[in-house]
Design a protein around this ligand. Sequence first.
Ligand SMILES: [Zn+2]
Length: 524
Amino acid sequence: MNAGSRRFDTVFEDCRVIDGTGNPWYRADVGVQGGKIAGIGVLNPCEAGRRVLAAGKVLCPGFIDVHNHSDVMIFADPAHEAKVRQGITTELLGGDGLSVVPMTADKRAEWQRLWAGLNGLHPEAWSASTVAEYLDKFNGRTPVNVAYLVPHGNLRYLVMGMEDRPASATEIHEMQTLLAQGLSEGAFGFSTGLSYVPAFFSKTEEIVALCEVLGRYGGVHATHLRSYGADMPEAVEEVLHSARATGTPVHLIHYQMTRTNRGRGAEFLEKIDRAREDGIDATIDSYPYTAGSTVLHALIPQWLAAGGTEAMAARLKDPEIRSRLARELESGSYDWDSHFFACLRTEQGKALEGKTIAQAAADSRKPVTDFICDLLLQEDFDVSCVVRADNEADVQLIMRSPYHMVITDALLLGSKLNPRSYGTYPRYLGHYVRELKNLTLEDAIRKMTYFPAQRFGFQDRGMIREGMAADLVLFDPDKVIDTATFAEPLSFPKGIEMVMVNGEFVVEDGNRTEALPGKALRRS
Ligand SMILES: [Zn+2]
């Protein structure tokens, strides 16, 4: 080969290449041409439209976030800086069984109202009705690539509304048909959010029946369990059973220990070990923080939501129901000192962001149950919270598991959101790899790149190899670190220097460019 004749759009010179497989780093130049990785090795002399002198910094595949809440917010703010500045180049949307499609015009308003606190409101995303229509909206509109899981909650809501009962055989068949349509339109699997309504009202048979459809099309069942509290062992068994009964892969999202299960990380990893030994194709993920986030109405008993948002609003006003709710909240494992407000809708509500529920209730001089009911009505259910678990030992243990991958689970709304939204990937690389040496750099990057790509079927992503899409991150391994904290969560990381998506820079010298080179990936 005549090396002098080669031409690249961009050449990264003298990189420490970490290829995404977990293999040790090696030194090489990497050339990009036409949006793909086109050369690896000693590439000079060559012609290059652009040369980036890496000088021994790390070049790795772009990070793949397989659980997040960007589904709507990516349209509200296409710069998407919280994610892109971490080095994220692909996001799998449709998580927790709750997303925008499939949806029908007559049902959309209530669904939006219920999940505004999780996903946000933007008319562009919410105008799609099918998976195909939704995926078509992304071309030329987003800095990152996106892929989709068909959300089970949408299917159940379309077929039977918010009814608190098991699905009939006919209703299950209708859900199966909707799932098959979404999968045939390019989704990479389906997601469940079994502690959220309306999925909370389902029985295991319904999940098994949907996994049977998944088995025919291929793809992964990604699940938010029915419980992360005292009933978590049964909740894990439920989804392992669905996988065992149908031979389908299951991915347990945010496999983290809440306050109730603090210290039990080893025991829960053991469950996955045993399942895998038994031939169940199970994997997990987590984010590197000691707190979770969710919407307030999902933290209180779910019978309140039966029948839909109008029924829930009526119950929240009813003094007898408030008494019943107060009894349940008092006898439950609620610690309102560990719940912090992240995002509220009204100006009055926003003043509470950063306060604990316990403090805000005390300030209001109301009993906590009345305070919560009044607040949900005032904010039209649009309230999200950070819930502290203080489970650092479990966080460190779980991230070392070989079948674990990295996610942000980022909500992108509010002034006091969980710092995972801005800091997850740099926190792994700086804090858990460099400072604590809890993982090797190569293994951490495998969990962010090739492992999620292989797991969910993104065939041309997640690895530095000729012919793969040029989704790349260049970072300084001595400087990379998160800066977002619970007190100041809206803070970009340091040390992520260049981020490329499909051959175009979305971050250059640490700053967001205006490029929107992302595409919708479809399972073929
Ligand atoms: Zn979740």
